[in-house]
Write a protein that binds this ligand. Structure first.
Ligand SMILES: Cc1cc2nc3c(=O)[nH]c(=O)nc-3n(C[C@H](O)[C@H](O)[C@H](O)COP(=O)(O)OP(=O)(O)OC[C@H]3O[C@@H](n4cnc5c(N)ncnc54)[C@H](O)[C@@H]3O)c2cc1C
Ligand SMILES: *[C@@H]1O[C@H](CO)[C@@H](O)[C@H](O)[C@H]1NC(C)=O
Ligand SMILES: *[C@@H]1O[C@H](CO)[C@@H](O)[C@H](O)[C@H]1NC(C)=O
Ligand SMILES: *[C@@H]1O[C@H](CO)[C@@H](O)[C@H](O)[C@H]1NC(C)=O
Ligand SMILES: *[C@@H]1O[C@H](CO)[C@@H](O)[C@H](O)[C@H]1NC(C)=O
Ligand SMILES: *[C@@H]1O[C@H](CO)[C@@H](O)[C@H](O)[C@H]1NC(C)=O
Ligand SMILES: *[C@@H]1O[C@H](CO)[C@@H](O)[C@H](O)[C@H]1NC(C)=O
Ligand SMILES: *[C@@H]1O[C@H](CO)[C@@H](O)[C@H](O)[C@H]1NC(C)=O
Ligand SMILES: *[C@@H]1O[C@H](CO)[C@@H](O)[C@H](O)[C@H]1NC(C)=O
Length: 703
């Protein structure tokens, strides 16, 4: 077990009993219980109708956006089925941003807590893959980074679908067409003066939304060391991004975070999209139930879904009138689809599931960001030192909720030349990667299906030809000042995460029970280009750490340590150190069907009449970004496509209309999601925050 994993486990064990006593100490919960009745969030399936127009599988990041937007139309009934619970007893963990780092919900019942199958190139380890199992999904448990992909990446996606429908539907996923939905999700607030004096954030308001449900902002407290970040990067030749939200998200910048600055709480899909709604009799949300399968008639029209509370519990069936929407995430959605008989024939037969439709791409093309780090002693304040000092003095530093909104958000997306050396070196590297395509096809694809193989090639070429030699980041470097090694050591890490992997894996079921965990095989580091980029990223991290002004506050390198310098030694370190950056995706990829695609440009599953997928599984390419912002804007865009379809108006993407224009307003006057601002901080919160600090002078760090 790595040192980091031990620390995580230790604090997880510490956290669980304390979380239980907190639940009784504050009244935030009562506040939310009242909201629940209004929102028709129910725990008991007897309160449901027998049929709904839309059934959404998964009340996570995308699922709650869909629920909110589709139920704006009072003529449509909407049901959300979520496996996790409301999370009302763990508001302290979900709502206080800094608590994502100090006592997260990972390794608790609110985490699916998956593990990959053994990864031979990661020193034969099985890697831990957390996912949120809670209303709000992973947006309730994640690290709060809000980062948009670049225009080049969206346009690469659209190009992959250009052969379909004469390019009509593909256009939807180009940057220019999709960009308005990114703004539609968002209410942007620049940093407060205290934070801005350290962060010096560059931003352009034209690229941001002003009235969306999700808050994009910055923490109320920032460690002084963060002010060194941008100048240090500039000194190694990596310029600051003028505004990372406008399609040029590369170079150094301070990321926006999903923080509601009116009360310094986490903004995630539930408080953003569901809690502020007026009562809607056409929306039901049932928590604590796992969807086991979608039911189909002989025509492959979905007629309903089945769910159960537990593996051996009774199964309930609810009928669907219009559509089933898969929003169970990059693991949950392909899992449900395969257990419904839709997927690769060989996988389904081996698992004992009746094949309804042989769709070989389900679960394929899986990609993830892998992450490692270089850690240094520091003389600068870290969150560990701030909290330890406060505990020793008996005066916690975090009396204020702004302090406890601390997050890590200083980032850098380094391009191929930044990593490999010069631009010329990058050109040579690109040639090596392109030249190894045939070799990779013959050895690295976990499928014999000719379509899946074509899809692998298409993604590989798109990556190598359009992204590798562009300014888009290949590796993300994060300044991580919350401390990695627990109390006592003052450390700062530079985390490095591969953004555009050439290794692709797959997910597949091994039993006929949806409650069983599917096999997750990302095939980490199987392509040599991935190992090269990670190795060079370790070197770049050291170069950054040795450059002033950051070097002025950093001391000895603790991990991997100064003796680890040769290619082989760094590769061995990386193989043993990588973990997920928490962005597995692409398991129901939007690609042409003859390339192992699963989803068409309208997000419909090929071959099914009325099933769409809307979540992180549908992206064909990985992005140099964190995953939640693309998921939110995807779900906003999907909602418009779906509503236009059922309201008998032309698809907005087939006209050149703008979102929120004609099409959505035609039949509905209730298009606002009820974005209420200015709510005062609940008076109970500060005492909760204080006790959190007093109890947790020490930290578990995972995000
Ligand atoms: C620990 C962690 C840290 C992360 N950090 C960041 C970050 O800082 N910034 C960022 O942008 N991204 C981050 N991510 C990634 C990001 O949060 C996710 O990629 C994104 O939220 C996924 O959204 P989704 O809608 O696809 O899935 P989810 O939000 O995971 O939603 C899926 C939902 O479906 C439910 N479900 C699954 N199966 C079933 C079933 N059979 N029946 C009923 N319900 C089911 C799940 O319980 C869940 O609620 C992080 C993720 C994790 C786990
Ligand atoms: C608008 O919302 C109100 C209150 O939720 C509801 O009573 C009404 O039916 C809705 N009207 C439309 C057109 O959606
Ligand atoms: C098959 O599906 C189509 C499209 O939804 C529908 O029009 C048709 O009536 C269905 N046929 C049967 C036999 O259900
Ligand atoms: C990477 O960024 C540097 C600095 O801006 C730039 O000079 C170089 O051309 C970029 N490389 C690529 C491949 O775009
Ligand atoms: C699922 O598999 C088990 C054991 O392999 C078998 O006993 C059971 O009948 C199967 N169930 C269904 C619904 O096929
Ligand atoms: C809006 O609707 C009107 C009337 O139906 C139509 O003439 C116009 O083209 C539509 N505009 C857009 C942008 O779709
Ligand atoms: C609901 O449906 C009725 C009957 O089809 C229609 O008259 C009305 O405009 C619809 N309302 C909305 C909000 O779509
Ligand atoms: C929406 O509002 C407009 C103007 O307020 C009104 O004329 C129209 O009838 C309303 N439509 C519906 C479906 O309620
Ligand atoms: C924070 O403010 C928002 C409104 O901006 C509100 O919906 C939410 O309930 C508040 N959270 C708490 C815990 O008070």
């Amino acid at each position: 077990m790595s040192q980091r994993a031990q620390v995580v486990l230790f604090y997880t064990l510490l956290f669980v009993p304390v979380a239980l006593c907190w639940a009784g100490q504050h009244d935030v919960r009562d506040l939310h219980t009242q909201h629940l009745r209004g929102r028709a969030i129910v725990h008991d399936s007897s309160q449901l109708s027998q049929a709904y127009d839309f059934i959404i599988i998964g009340g996570g990041t995308a699922g709650l956006v869909l629920a909110s937007r589709l139920s704006e139309d009072s003529n449509h009934t909407v049901l959300v089925l979520e496996a996790g619970n409301t999370g009302d007893d763990v508001k302290v963990s979900t709502d206080i941003p800094g608590n994502a780092f100090t006592h997260s919900l990972l390794h608790t019942p609110y985490d699916w807590g998956y593990n990959t199958v053994t990864q031979p190139k990661a020193n034969n380890r099985q890697l831990y893959w957390p996912r949120g199992k809670i209303l709000g999904g992973s947006s309730a448990v994640n690290g709060l980074y809000l980062v948009r992909p670049s225009k080049i990446e969206y346009d690469t996606w659209a190009d992959l679908m250009q052969s379909q429908d004469n390019g009509a539907g593909a256009k939807a996923w180009s940057w220019d067409r999709h960009f308005p939905f990114m703004k539609k999700t968002e209410t942007y607030t620049p940093p407060v003066p205290d934070a801005q004096s350290v962060l010096n954030v560059a931003y352009n308001l034209n690229n941001h939304g002003t009235n969306g449900p999700l808050h994009a902002s910055y923490p109320g407290y920032v460690l002084p060391v963060v002010s060194n970040w941008i100048p240090t990067l500039q000194n190694v030749g990596i310029p600051q991004s003028p505004d990372p939200s406008g399609g040029q998200g590369w170079g150094g910048f301070i990321a926006t975070s999903a923080i509601n600055p009116t009360n310094w709480t986490r903004s995630y899909s539930r408080p953003a999209y569901i809690d502020p709604l007026p009562p809607r009799p056409n929306l039901d949300i049932l928590v604590g139930v796992t969807v086991t399968k979608i039911l189909f008639d002989s025509n492959l029209t979905a007629t309903g879904v089945q769910f159960a509370v537990s593996k051996d519990g009774p199964v309930t069936t609810i009928n669907v009138r219009m559509e089933v929407l898969l929003a169970a995430g990059a693991i949950g959605s392909p899992n449900v689809l395969m257990h419904s008989g839709i997927g690769p024939r060989d996988v389904l037969v081996a698992a004992g599931v009746d094949v309804k439709l042989d769709l070989p791409g389900v679960g394929q093309h899986m990609q993830d960001h892998i992450s490692s780090s270089v850690t240094f002693k520091t003389t600068a304040e870290t969150i560990v030192s701030m909290l330890a000092k406060g505990a020793a003095d008996g005066v916690p530093p975090g009396q204020s909720s702004p302090f406890l909104s601390f997050v890590n958000s200083a980032t850098c997306y380094a391009n191929t030349s930044n990593l490999i050396g010069s631009y010329d070196d990058a050109v040579k590297f690109q040639k090596t990667v392109l030249d190894s395509l045939d070799q990779s096809v013959s050895t690295l694809i976990p499928s014999k299906d000719p379509g899946v193989i074509e899809g692998y090639k298409a993604l590989y070429r798109a990556n190598a030809e359009k992204i590798l030699l562009s300014p888009v980041g290949q590796v993300e470097l994060l300044l991580y000042a919350t401390g990695n090694f627990g109390p006592g050591d003052q450390t700062i890490s530079l985390q490095l995460a591969l953004q555009h992997p050439y290794s692709q894996g797959r997910l597949y079921i091994t039993t006929n029970d949806t409650f069983d965990t599917p096999a997750l095989d990302p095939q980490y580091l199987t392509h040599p280009a991935d190992a090269t980029l990670m190795r060079q990223a370790v070197r770049l991290a050291r170069k950054i750490a040795a450059t002033p002004p950051l070097s002025n506050v950093l001391g000895d390198e603790l991990s991997p340590g100064p003796s680890v310098t040769s290619d082989d030694a760094i590769d061995a370190f990386v193989a043993n150190d990588i973990q997920t950056e928490f962005h597995p995706a692409n398991t129901l990829a939007m690609l042409p069907r003859n390339q192992g695609g699963v989803i068409d440009t309208k997000l419909r599953v090929y071959g099914l009449q009325n099933v769409r997928a809307v979540d992180a599984s549908i992206f064909p390419v990985q992005f140099a970004a964190h995953m939640q912002w693309p998921v939110y804007s995807l779900a906003e865009h999907a909602s418009e496509i779906i509503r236009a379809f059922h309201n008998g108006v032309a698809d907005p993407d087939d006209l050149s209309s703008t979102p929120g224009g004609n099409n959505t307003n035609n039949n509905n006057n209730n298009s606002s999601t009820g974005n209420h601002h200015g709510g005062a901080l609940s008076s109970s919160i500060p005492s909760v925050l204080t006790s959190a600090v007093a109890l947790f002078a020490a930290l578990a760090v995972v995000l």
